[in-house]
Design a protein around this ligand. Structure first.
Ligand code: RET
Length: 273
């Protein structure tokens, strides 16, 4: 059978060993999981090394938060590689693959709810955000991931899959607003404009790729196959997590003082945490 057929089944009642077997047989898909597991392992070691001498508590918090990203990622991809967080779901009528059981990597959407808030916490601390904005951006982001999960798991109605998708997009708009409008002003005051600007652009551009892949992949219009979609997400992950984290941590390690000053000079900011 071709790689495409391995991601489509006659029945949704596949056991975990059967799902695992199919992942094993789809070399491209399996490779996208293990490449990311290896990358996460390497990143964890590198980040611990980069952060070894940081003493300022706020800078340490940025480090811990950023370190959580590869830790969550490793667990997320392990869930997929083992077949634990993959299901075959029968697509509702109206969908391009209606009536067929399609491999759905729902573990991705679940673990984004844990990894993306860490990225935003680190960015917000860098920008000198207050607690209100931090809270807002993080809960909206979790809302985006969970409703994205709901979109992927809904099998009762094709239309409702897209309703969930739109709800998720609405949460995403709030995240974008804070990133593009609120935090740049805070970063100006905090003296972190340049690095914040770079990371903001990287984040906004790459994060847009996720809803696009969702819409084009098997969850949405099914114009690209499951393995290609999976590689798409994996490549976006590399930029949105690892390039992001590396640039951030390298900067923080070199400018601990700038972050530390925020703690003492700006009362009422998230420095309180
Ligand atoms: C979904 C589908 C529904 C609409 C929207 C989405 C956005 C997802 C995003 C994910 C970002 C993930 C990252 C992971 C790194 O660990 C859920 C795909 C708006 C923006 C950065």
């Amino acid at each position: 059978p071709t790689a495409e057929l391995l991601t489509i089944a006659q029945t949704v009642d596949l056991t975990q060993p059967e799902i695992y077997q199919r992942v094993q047989e789809n070399l491209l898909l399996n490779l996208s999981f293990w490449a990311n597991i290896a990358l996460a392992g390497g990143a964890i070691l590198l980040f611990v090394y980069l952060g070894r001498d940081i003493e300022d508590p706020r800078s340490q918090l940025i480090f811990v938060s950023t370190l959580m990203v590869p830790l969550v990622s490793l667990s997320s991809y392990l869930g997929l590689a083992s077949g634990l967080t993959i299901s075959f779901l029968e697509m509702p009528s109206g969908h391009a693959l209606a009536g067929e059981a399609v491999l759905t990597m729902w573990g991705r959407y679940l673990t984004w709810a844990l990894s993306t808030p860490m990225i935003l916490l680190a960015l917000g601390l860098l920008a000198g955000s207050n607690l209100t904005k931090l809270f807002t951006v993080i809960v909206m982001d979790i809302g985006m991931c969970i409703t994205g999960l709901a979109a992927a798991l809904t099998t009762s109605s094709y239309g409702l899959r897209w309703v969930w998708y739109l709800v998720s997009c609405a949460f995403f708009v709030v995240v974008l607003y804070v990133l593009l409008v609120e935090w740049p002003e805070d970063a100006d005051r905090a003296g972190t404009t340049e690095i914040f600007g770079t990371l903001k652009t990287l984040t906004v551009v790459l994060w847009f790729g996720y809803p696009i892949f969702w819409a084009l992949g098997a969850e949405g219009f099914a114009v690209i196959d499951v393995a290609t979609t999976s590689w798409g997400y994996s490549l976006l992950d590399i930029g949105a997590k690892y390039v992001f984290a590396f640039l951030l941590l390298r900067w923080v390690a070199a400018h601990e003082g700038t972050i530390g000053d925020l703690t003492t000079s700006r009362t009422g900011s998230a420095a309180a945490v």
